[in-house]
Design a protein around this ligand. Structure first.
Ligand code: C5P
Length: 403
């Protein structure tokens, strides 16, 4: 059921290939989609609304000014209450209207009003398909982000003429719809992401270590959200008590130095989200044996050395991922410190959050973050860490699709 739960708005324009749209409705529904049909006036010359309504088990929408249709849903809702618009057959005339933004009937008004992906299956005489206006209109529609399936080469139904213009077969249209919808669900398909999460433990001796209160909840949720949007994710986690997220390759490390080398070996990547609360310092020479207390003597001082800054290393690396996100856990001057960090670390976004103990953020399930990018700042409301993760993954996906 590759189209389970998907809502398809099927626009049937006037051409002899409309007879294949009846089969297309069946094929879409067989795969679990629901189909809402819109028919142009000309389409009704070729097939009847009765047949379309019976096969789709839906009301058939035909008229921009029908009081019944408009009261029922209206063209704006028709245009939006779907996951995909399919135009099959798409005639030269309807393509011309789409390319120019005309909206003088229900089909063209819906196409102008929709913000959903649109898949067109053109069907027309080969001479019409090759005519200069149709060539121009196809180019405009493709540049506008409209998806095409066909037309195919073959014999025309009405004239027997051969050439390119035959509508794609229903199963070919279904396959294109499945591919298109899955790429919409998975905008980060084909992208590789590295996420760090959790604290690091810096050993003092074999039994003692320096740590912090990071739980790994936010980093793990971000790894899961990126994977949900289709990215291939390597999560490099410090010691945490939460489970490895599903669908993610998780590597476990202890120290900042181990985390850095795991991150570098996971390169190349397109996305890096450094969420880990990496210890700033490690013990210069951690003891090979448990350090004994000596009665009557003061404790030996702990000598600390600075840890490598993983985010900064990545942000300035020759193989720098195209999109780098850092976190700034602050207890004061959140915005100013976040901005400074953006530059210093070579990041595209810094997610600043207030980790003062009163907020309960560190270790808790909720987060209130400020997103600081070069081109602006956004304050997100108090959200679950899973919601912050999904919003961030969507923000990253939007950056990739807009370039
Ligand atoms: O400088 P600060 O620790 O506040 O920076 C926080 C950001 O830098 C986080 O994204 C954190 O994961 C990252 N970081 C790092 N390596 C360090 C210190 C911080 O990757 N050694």
């Amino acid at each position: 059921m590759e189209l389970h739960g998907k809502r398809i708005l099927l626009i049937i324009a006037g051409g002899i290939a409309a007879y294949k749209s009846l089969d297309l409705i069946r094929r879409l529904r067989e795969r679990g989609a629901s189909v809402r049909p819109v028919m142009s006036r000309a389409a009704q010359e070729f097939i009847t609304p009765l047949a379309v309504g019976a096969l789709s088990a839906s009301h058939v929408y035909t008229d921009l000014f029908s009081r019944e249709d408009e009261q029922d849903v209206g063209h704006i809702r028709l245009a939006r209450e779907c996951d995909l618009v399919i135009v099959a057959p798409a005639t030269a005339d309807l393509m011309a209207k789409m390319a120019h933004g005309l909206a003088d009937d229900l089909a063209s008004a819906v196409l102008l009003a929709t913000d959903r992906p649109v898949l067109v299956a053109p069907a027309m005489n080969p001479v019409m398909w090759n005519a200069a206006p149709t060539r121009r209109n196809s180019a405009v529609l493709k540049a506008d982000g409209i998806h095409f399936i066909g037309p195919m080469k073959g014999e025309m139904a009405e004239s027997g003429e051969a050439g390119t213009g035959r509508m794609a077969e229903p199963l070919e249209i279904v396959a294109a719809a499945v591919t298109l919808l899955s790429s919409q669900d998975k905008p980060l398909a084909g992208k590789r992401a590295i996420v760090t999460s959790g604290p690091t433990h810096e050993p003092i001796d074999p039994v003692r270590y320096i740590a912090n209160r990071s739980s790994g909840k936010q980093g793990h949720a971000i790894a899961a959200a990126l994977a949900k949007l289709g990215a291939e994710v390597t999560l490099i986690s410090g010691p945490v008590t939460i489970a490895d997220p599903a669908g993610v390759k998780t590597l476990h490390v202890e120290t900042a130095q181990e985390m850095l080398s795991a991150v570098l070996s996971a390169l190349p990547a397109d996305i890096a989200v450094m969420v880990a609360a990496v210890a700033d310092w490690r013990v210069t020479a951690s003891a090979g044996q448990k350090i004994k207390k000596q009665p009557g003597e003061p404790p030996a001082p702990l000598l600390l050395a600075e840890n490598p800054d993983i985010l900064k290393t990545l942000g300035h690396h020759a193989q720098r991922p195209a999109f780098v996100v850092g976190f700034a856990a602050e207890t004061q001057d959140i915005e100013a410190n976040g901005r400074r960090k953006l530059d210093a670390k070579g990041a595209d976004i810094i997610i600043a959050n207030d980790v003062s103990p009163a907020t309960g953020i560190m270790g808790g399930d909720r987060n209130r973050v400020t997103l600081i990018a070069k081109d602006g700042i956004a304050q997100w409301p108090d959200l679950g860490k899973d919601e912050v993760a999904m919003r961030l993954a969507e923000t990253i996906a939007a950056r990739f699709t807009s370039v």
